[in-house]
Design a protein around this ligand. Structure first.
Ligand SMILES: [Zn+2]
Ligand SMILES: [Zn+2]
Length: 336
């Protein structure tokens, strides 16, 4: 099989031939059809993940078909269409797992494409617990970006405590935000898109947003307060100043959901306590959250806008993602 691997931190992508791996007990081999390129894959490319072992095949927006299963696997069988996201497994026995907080597993937490080889490949092997069923209604290219960008925004929204009819703002209209706006609209929220520049307004409306705030010419916090204050703000941007500028738009009991990984931002404790407001981080979710995301996307018609590249053009595709110019997710295909 062909894989696109990184041989050392900071090294280039290499297309190499490898033996097709056999699935050990409790593992599933997937014939990969499509894999999205996520900004988090830079952790592999640039060596930003402590202890990461090379060579490594990145990729945690994987969609394909079950090809073989290891001993003891009863949940999955060859021929099923499945996907694998960021959450690559957990122990099930530590205190975090026993509380249902699988993402916080302290013993056996695994990340797809970081702890084990991911989906920039013709085949991959994943723990059965990390596998999600993919509905037939979605093509592999449609489903792949939903395995990280989709689940992250969908899950943050449904855990934000906003209820149908509430004012919800999505900060940023990129790979995450263009999905976040669609999900927010379909969940029944009064949805506001916020981005830089008047030219993003038509996009926000095309995605279904009820209104748009241009953060270059308007004060987004003041504009949200004019609308009554947001019950939730989903912050997808990777700029701490942009996040700081929008927090003041939270209404009473509003929650600011941070899903863009910024190192710092400014908060006003007085503003938080005087309105019982909260700032909360959100991580994507587990395999069942992925299934829920895919099912909701089929039900509601939410789709990612994608640029598609064959696996052998991985370096170019990755560069396209890094450029910030892609509209909006970049997806690799294997031709299988
Ligand atoms: Zn990701
Ligand atoms: Zn655990």
């Amino acid at each position: 099989m062909r894989v696109a691997q990184i041989a050392r931190a900071g090294g280039p992508f290499e297309i190499v031939e490898r033996e097709i791996p056999q699935p050990d007990a409790g593992r599933v081999r997937i014939k990969v059809q499509a894999c999205g390129i996520c900004h988090s894959d830079s952790a592999v490319k640039e060596g930003l993940w402590p202890g990461l072992q090379y060579p490594r095949v990145p990729g945690h927006e994987v969609v394909g078909v079950v090809d073989a299963v290891g001993a003891g696997v009863t949940r999955w069988k060859p021929g099923q269409r499945v996907g694998v996201g960021w959450h690559g497994g957990h122990c099930g026995l530590c205190d975090a797992c026993r509380n249902g907080d699988f993402f916080g597993c302290t013993v056996g937490l695994q990340i797809t494409g970081i702890s084990f080889d991911g989906g920039y490949a013709e085949y991959m092997v994943a723990p059965e617990i990390a596998v999600a069923l993919v509905p037939e209604d979605l093509s592999p290219v449609e489903a792949a970006p939903l395995m990280c960008a989709g689940i992250t925004t969908y899950n943050a929204l449904r855990n934000s405590h906003a209820r149908p009819g509430d004012l919800v703002a999505v900060l940023g209209l990129g790979g995450l935000g263009h999905l976040g706006v669609q999900y927010a609209v379909k969940m029944g929220f009064k949805t506001v898109g916020i981005a830089r520049g008047a030219d993003k307004g038509p996009l926000a409306r095309k995605l279904g947003a009820h209104s748009y705030i241009d953060s270059q010419t308007q004060d987004p916090a003041a504009e949200l307060q004019k609308l009554g204050g947001a019950k939730a703000i989903i912050a997808t941007v990777t700029n701490g100043d942009a996040m700081s500028a929008v927090q003041g738009g939270l209404g009473l009991n509003g929650t600011f959901m941070v899903i863009g990984a910024v190192p710092t931002m400014t908060v006003s404790p007085l503003f938080l306590l005087s309105g019982r407001r909260a700032i909360k981080g959100w991580y994507s979710g587990t395999a069942i959250d992925s299934q829920d995301t895919l099912a909701f996307s089929v039900l509601s018609g939410v789709r990612s806008m994608n640029e598609v590249y064959p696996l052998e053009r991985v370096a170019e595709a990755y560069q396209r993602m890094e450029s910030g110019q892609a509209r909006f997710r970049v997806v690799l295909t294997t031709g299988q």
